[in-house]
Design a protein around this ligand. Structure first.
Ligand code: GLN
Length: 321
């Protein structure tokens, strides 16, 4: 991977080219199991980059607020890792891929109630249940504050998304009770599921998402606000989790093709982090059957290749050869 931030024109061109090339891709479908998401215009398409020196580049619909959904799992993971330390969290939740869909009950049963990763629904709810708080509202406020610090602005709950998801999240409630039955849910299951549903309903823009990722690329320092959001020692653990499970059962293919830690959400957001350099974000609602944004994956793959950001690629060796 290149170790330096590419120049502004190179980033701007890569974003624009990707936007032009993939904006008419018609594959995939909006998530429909959360009624609100089914009605978000499928043609919306935004791409953004935030660099570790705090510059933001955008193409397309980058100021439309969409539901963060599963991308929020990265930030609940960050909060709890900060609070209890990586090893305690890993012992309780795990740091391995499940090899099964993000809402799998089978994965829980196969591992005696251990979710394996904070980046699937079960692991995210177990992680949320570990946030140190006296009340569910305090737990929610801490999560919202953490996401806001990553984004560099005060984020808020999208009430419509929340209402839609809270009225239809029966499967997640079942997961919460299943974890509870195994002793791997550390607060009231239904209250925890509700806080998790709220964290998934936070509204973000594509530009916010790029800055959230750039905070990880910059070792935990938000490069736009210049404030430290998390301990730099925790960042590699979070990026490792993203590599293993960030795109669910497509995480291996994503590592093979793109070579960057990533995270998707069923709201259509997708994030990729190039450590020490920048983060790329995209928003496009139609998803593949795994739950990853179709245009987003194509566009980020294109941009990462253009900017030579694969972490497994030794750019120096390529130049010498
Ligand atoms: N809120 C969604 C759920 O719990 C998040 C899933 C996702 O984005 N993959 O199902």
């Amino acid at each position: 991977m290149t170790a330096t931030v590419p120049d502004a024109a190179t980033i701007r061109n890569a974003l624009q080219e990707a936007h032009t090339q993939f904006k008419d891709v018609a594959d995939g479908q909006n998530a429909s199991y959360i009624p609100y998401l089914a009605n978000v215009p499928s043609s919306l398409f935004g791409l953004a980059v935030t660099t570790v020196d705090g510059k933001i580049f955008e193409a397309g619909d980058t100021r439309y607020e969409f539901a963060i959904e599963s991308i929020s799992k990265v930030f609940s993971l960050a909060l709890v890792m900060e609070e209890m330390g990586p090893e305690d969290l890993r012992a309780k939740v795990g740091a391995d891929p499940t090899g099964l869909p993000f809402n799998s009950v089978v994965a829980i049963e196969l591992h005696n109630g251990k979710p394996l990763t904070p980046l699937v629904n079960a692991g995210a709810m177990a992680t949320v249940s570990l946030v140190k708080a006296a009340t569910p509202n305090e737990r929610w406020q801490k999560l919202l504050t953490m996401c806001s610090r990553f984004a560099g602005r005060q984020l808020s709950l999208n009430q419509e998304v929340y209402k839609s998801e809270a009225a239809s999240n029966f499967h997640n409630r079942a997961i919460a009770w299943l974890l509870y039955s195994y002793g791997t849910m550390y607060s009231d299951p239904i209250e925890t599921c509700d806080v998790y549903t709220k964290q998934c309903s936070i509204g973000i823009t594509t530009a916010d998402l790029a800055t959230m990722g750039a905070t990880l690329a910059a070792d935990g320092l938000n490069p736009v606000t210049r404030s430290r959001v998390l301990n730099s020692d925790n960042v590699p653990h979070i990026l490792a989790e993203m590599t293993m499970e960030g795109l669910y059962t497509s995480s291996g293919d994503w590592a093979y093709e793109v070579g960057l830690p990533g995270k998707s959400g069923v709201g259509g957001g997708l994030l990729a982090v190039a450590p020490g350099v920048l983060a790329i974000s995209s928003f496009s609602p139609p998803l593949d059957p795994v739950g990853n944004s179709v245009r987003g994956m194509q566009a980020i793959k294109y941009i990462a290749a253009k900017l030579k950001l694969n972490v497994y690629l030794n750019e120096a060796a390529c130049v010498v050869a």
